[in-house]
Design a protein around this ligand. Structure first.
Ligand code: CS2
Length: 493
């Protein structure tokens, strides 16, 4: 029987281990949302930083909902294996930067105590787009969001990230402790500014003095994060056990590429993340837009069109020549909506993205990427569509992607089987789909009218509506495969 990973010794020499004395370092970061992405990205960069320069920057992880990650990680003293899968093979490394993981619903007081502790200087977040309670219409708090609504009612017993941050900052203010930096690592444009707005709105609702304290003592640097990290599977755990010789229930897998671009605006210091390759800049916005529009926009397009055309994984989509033509056009179009990005050639960036998507060792499910469409479409597809429209550029690429989302939103595949959208607006969407009754023009009308989703100028444009309707009609009547081929044929001319 293999032993369970819990100390970073007795590992084969092929496995890299933390280059620092974990027990000697204290926590300086509380990270909310300790899922696979955090474990494959920020925690790895922090592991590099601790190895290079030390510092009391260990991470206390927090899960806001499920106890699964904590139950896998804590018996392993927070250690886990990172598998990096590239076309040439797989490598294993044991990451030591996470000290422990707390489960908010089970131990809320401990979470607040960690966030309010004097040694905590950064609170970072990966809670997905829908975790923030952002109202797409107003840019402010969505008061109908379950966690926001609950936390506004009972702010001293928070359940959501914004509620926790504000309550922790109140406790810090009461006890005369300084603020911390809030580091959002989710795929939202100007993510720091968005979180700052939401936190301040929430805090003002409680007490204007608290809001003033936050304005004066808390920073919200924006970041661009990038690493393709599929959900772990039994194969992840089996490969980790094979490579390390130990059982690891918390292993994660990811691709070789990683990128983290951060605004250098920290009120109480930060780890030496440069050691892990992070790039510090004064303005992250150009990088964020590039990534959201070129990588994530193309990803969502592959997810909706690919899923319905029968491709389970992104790498399968990249073997479909027609879909590749569609995605090349998408990346070119998205690049044309961007202002120059310092140090980056967008054609090279697009080529690298296609290589990453095609990585044969990464099994990234189209169904995983397809989730939460209403939370992802605005920044990935609708904003660039609006820019293209305003600049007089073609809108075909976005019309294809959004028509594919609309087809996907019907929740029925081409074999007549139903699937869950896994979107917080699923109920509203199915109501609208039902009233459209399967007609493409009616479906487009209904979905364009989803409150707050489509920018007004786009929703009101006849060209946009027509471009969507023609494509959706073909997707519904001839099938996604035929629609992809027709799109590719039109692109090739
Ligand atoms: C993906 C992203 O699931 C999704 O929506 O587009 O998670 C993507 O893999 C990452 O942003 C890559 O950095």
């Amino acid at each position: 029987m293999t032993t369970r990973l819990s100390v970073a010794s007795d590992l084969p020499s092929t496995v890299a281990t933390p280059a620092y004395d974990r027990a000697a370092l204290k926590s300086g970061i509380v990270h909310i949302g300790t899922g696979a992405f955090h474990k494959a990205h920020q925690a790895v960069c922090t592991d590099d930083a601790l190895g290079a320069s030390g510092g009391d920057w260990m991470i206390t992880g927090v899960s806001l909902r499920s106890g699964d990650v904590a139950d896998a990680m804590n018996p392993q003293n927070g250690l886990y294996t990172l598998l990096v899968r590239g076309p040439e093979g797989v490598s294993a490394r044991v990451i030591g930067s996470i000290a422990k993981v707390l489960v908010a619903p089970r131990e809320s007081d401990a979470v607040l105590a960690a966030m309010a502790a004097p040694e905590t200087r950064i609170v970072s977040l990966t809670i997905t787009e829908k975790g923030y309670g952002l109202d797409g219409r107003t840019g402010g708090l969505d008061r109908g969001h379950p966690a926001i609504a609950a936390d506004l009612r009972d702010p001293e017993h928070p359940v959501g990230a914004v509620g926790y941050i504000v309550e922790a900052l109140r406790l810090r203010k009461e006890s005369g402790r300084p603020g911390f930096s809030v580091l959002c690592c989710d795929n939202l444009p100007s993510n720091g500014k968005v979180v700052k707005r939401l936190v301040l709105e929430f805090a003002r609702e409680r007490d204007v003095g608290l809001a003033a304290f936050i304005e004066a003592n808390v920073s919200f640097p924006s970041t661009m994060v990038d690493r393709i990290t599929p959900a772990g599977t039994d194969t992840t755990l089996a490969d980790a056990a094979r490579l390390t010789g130990q059982e690891d229930r918390a292993a994660v897998e990811t691709e070789p590429f990683t990128q983290w671009i951060i605004e250098d605006d920290f009120v109480a210091g930060r780890p030496d993340w440069e050691a892990g390759g992070a790039l510090f800049v004064t303005d992250v916005a150009p990088y964020e837009k590039m990534k959201l529009r070129m990588l994530n926009g193309a990803h969502s397009t592959l997810a909706y069109a690919g899923y319905l055309a029968g491709h389970s994984y992104v790498r399968d989509c990249m073997k479909d020549a027609d879909l590749v033509t569609v995605i090349e056009r998408h990346m070119d179009a998205a690049a044309k909506t961007l202002d120059p990005v310092p140090g980056i050639d967008l054609a090279d960036y697009a080529r690298d993205l296609r290589e990453r998507f095609a990585n044969p060792a990464i099994a990234h499910q189209t169904y995983q990427i397809a989730m939460d469409g209403t939370q992802k479409l605005p920044q990935r597809l609708l904003e660039p569509a609006l820019v293209a429209q305003e600049r007089g550029q073609p809108i075909d690429a976005y019309a294809f992607s959004v028509a594919a989302w609309m087809r996907y939103a019907t929740g029925v595949n081409e074999r007549g089987e139903t699937y869950l959208l896994r979107d917080p607006r699923e109920g509203e969407i199915s109501g609208r789909i039902a009233s459209a009754g399967g007609d493409a023009a009616a479906l487009v009308r209904e979905l364009l009218a989803l409150p707050g989703l489509f920018p007004e100028k786009l929703a009101a444009s006849g060209d946009w509506r027509e471009a969507l309707t023609g494509r959706l009609d073909r997707m519904l009547s001839e099938g996604m495969r035929a629609a992809i081929s027709a799109e590719a044929a039109a692109i090739r001319g």
